[in-house]
Design a protein. Structure first.
Ligand code: ZN
Length: 270
């Protein structure tokens, strides 16, 4: 294929694959409709749960579920009142706590969330869990996984017209690459720095609408910084925003999140 044809194809794909993110108003690259990517994600999630130790019925496990439900309800309220009713119709929210000392949590497309027990001491309490939950739910709402898969398609030149003509095996391979599942158990590849920042901002907004104190988000990242022994790599080496950037952003956004929550009748924050 000549370079020009390839470039034209890429430009066409951008146009066809662009979708507006309701939370940011930004146009994003995404070839995958929910119905195409969610079943793959759901199957992978179930497989992950089968292969790992899911903590059930403890106070902490129940808290993960109840915070998750509260955050998802807040997201739905936000979407409904901003002209996106039905946005979540294909989502199947699920929140699981997995016994693993890794300090991590993640969300697969369609609302499939895992918290590792290792992150609980940093969360400290329900509000800390809400900070992490808001962030993870935000990745799912903003289709960051599908965008990463779309970028992966272009990188690999697997580009096909629109979202048709990609078979299940190819889709599964791209999904596995985007999620790192299958190579290293449960270690999700990091999102890009801009996706992380976006998830921080959206997450803060929905946690506030759910009645959780957005001031606690910066506090959580301060604890994360201490936990990593202040050893985080400098920002330009990392795909993640540095802890300091994150803390500064979250601190400056918290009052705005509270203001947004007031539109939903939320005036006190736990
Ligand atoms: Zn993230």
């Amino acid at each position: 294929m000549s370079k020009n044809i390839f470039l034209t194809l890429v430009v066409l794909l951008f146009i066809m694959g662009c979708k507006t993110n309701p939370f940011t108003g930004k146009s994003t690259l995404n070839f995958y409709p929910n119905t195409s990517i969610f079943p793959t994600a759901f199957a992978q999630y179930d497989e992950f749960l089968k292969e790992n130790k899911v903590v059930e019925s403890t106070t902490e496990a129940k808290m993960i579920t109840s915070v998750g439900q509260r955050i998802a309800t807040a997201a739905e309220r936000w979407l409904n009142s901003n002209g996106y009713p039905g946005y979540l119709k294909d989502y199947q929210w699920e929140y699981n706590l997995v016994q693993d000392e890794t300090v991590n949590a993640w969300c697969m497309p369609g609302g499939k969330i895992v918290f590792y027990t290792g992150i609980l001491p940093i969360c400290q309490d329900e509000t800390g869990i809400a900070v992490v939950m808001g962030h993870e739910v935000a990745h799912a709402l903003a289709d960051h996984g599908a965008q990463r898969m779309s970028a992966g398609m272009i990188q690999q030149g697997v580009a096909v017209a629109g979202n048709i003509a990609i078979n299940d095996l190819e889709k599964r391979n791209i999904f596995n690459q985007a999620y790192g599942i299958g190579s290293t158990v449960g270690v999700m590849l990091p999102f890009s720095r801009s996706h992380e920042t976006e998830a921080d901002r959206i997450g803060l907004q929905i946690m506030a609408i759910a009645g959780y104190n957005p001031d606690e988000a910066a506090e959580l990242w301060k604890r994360m910084k201490v936990n990593s022994g202040n050893q985080a790599p400098p920002e330009f080496l990392s795909t993640h925003p540095s802890n300091d950037t994150r803390i500064a952003n979250l601190t400056s956004w918290a009052p705005l999140a509270k203001e947004e929550a007031r539109k939903y009748g939320v005036t006190t924050f736990q």
